[in-house]
Design a protein around this ligand. Structure first.
Ligand SMILES: Cc1cc2nc3c(=O)[nH]c(=O)nc-3n(C[C@H](O)[C@H](O)[C@H](O)COP(=O)(O)O)c2cc1C
Length: 167
C-alpha cells in the first residue's frame, strides 16, 4: 500500500498538519508540497490538504484534487474560523465535491493562525466587521494549529489507513 500526502500551505499551518498525518501513516509513504507533488495515479491512498481562501479550498489544492480519480482519499484543511462553524463545514463540503468519484476515508479541519497584515486588509463590510465574536475567533486562531490539533488529525487518519492495510 502506497500512501501520498500532498498539501498546499502558504504560511505553514497546513504543512504542520500534513507532517503530523504523514508521521502516523504506517505504510510505504511520501509527502510533498502541492507545487512539486507527483501525479496521484501511482498511489493507493492520497491525503490532500488545503488552506481556506474565501470560504473555499485554495486554488492549488483545488487543482490537485481535480486530478484525483477513483482513489481512496483523505482531506484536511486549516482556516481561521472555528472548525465547528458553518464556514468550515462548507469548505469541507466544497473539497468533497472536488473529489467527487473518490472514496473519502478521513476528514479533518482545524483553525490556523492568520497573518495580521491580512487581517488589516480585510474588507470593512458587514460580513468582516470586527465584532467581539470575530475578535475572539481570530485570537483563538493565533494559537493553532497546536499539538492537540496534530493529535486529532492523526486520529482521523490512523484508523482509515489501518483499515486499508487490513484489506
Ligand atoms: C487571502 C486569504 C484568504 C483567507 N480566507 C479565509 C476564509 O475565507 N475563511 C477562513 O476561515 N480563513 C481564511 N483565511 C485564513 C487561512 O485559511 C488560515 O490562516 C490558514 O491556516 C492558512 O494556512 P497556511 O498557513 O497553510 O497557508 C484566509 C487567509 C488568506 C491569506
Amino acid at each position: 500500500m502506497k500512501a501520498l500526502v500532498v498539501y498546499s500551505s502558504k504560511t505553514g499551518n497546513t504543512r504542520m498538519i500534513a507532517e503530523a498525518i504523514y508521521e502516523i501513516l504506517d505504510t510505504d509513504k511520501e509527502i510533498y508540497p502541492v507545487e512539486v507533488a507527483p501525479e496521484p495515479d501511482d498511489y493507493d491512498f492520497i491525503a490532500v490538504g488545503f488552506w481556506v481562501n474565501r470560504g473555499q479550498p485554495d486554488y492549488r489544492a483545488k487543482t490537485y484534487m481535480e486530478k484525483i480519480k477513483n482513489k481512496k482519499v483523505g482531506i484536511f484543511g486549516t482556516l481561521s474560523a472555528y472548525p465547528t462553524s458553518k464556514h468550515a463545514r462548507l469548505a469541507l463540503a466544497s473539497a468533497r465535491k472536488m473529489l467527487n468519484g473518490n472514496e473519502i476515508l478521513a476528514e479533518f479541519i482545524c483553525q490556523g493562525k492568520l497573518d495580521p497584515a491580512v487581517l488589516e486588509r480585510m474588507p470593512k463590510d458587514k460580513t468582516h466587521e470586527m465584532n467581539s465574536y470575530r475578535k475572539k475567533m481570530f485570537e483563538e486562531a493565533q494559537k493553532h494549529p497546536n499539538e492537540t490539533d496534530c493529535l486529532y488529525a492523526q486520529a482521523a487518519f490512523k484508523d482509515a489507513v489501518a483499515e486499508l492495510l487490513s484489506e
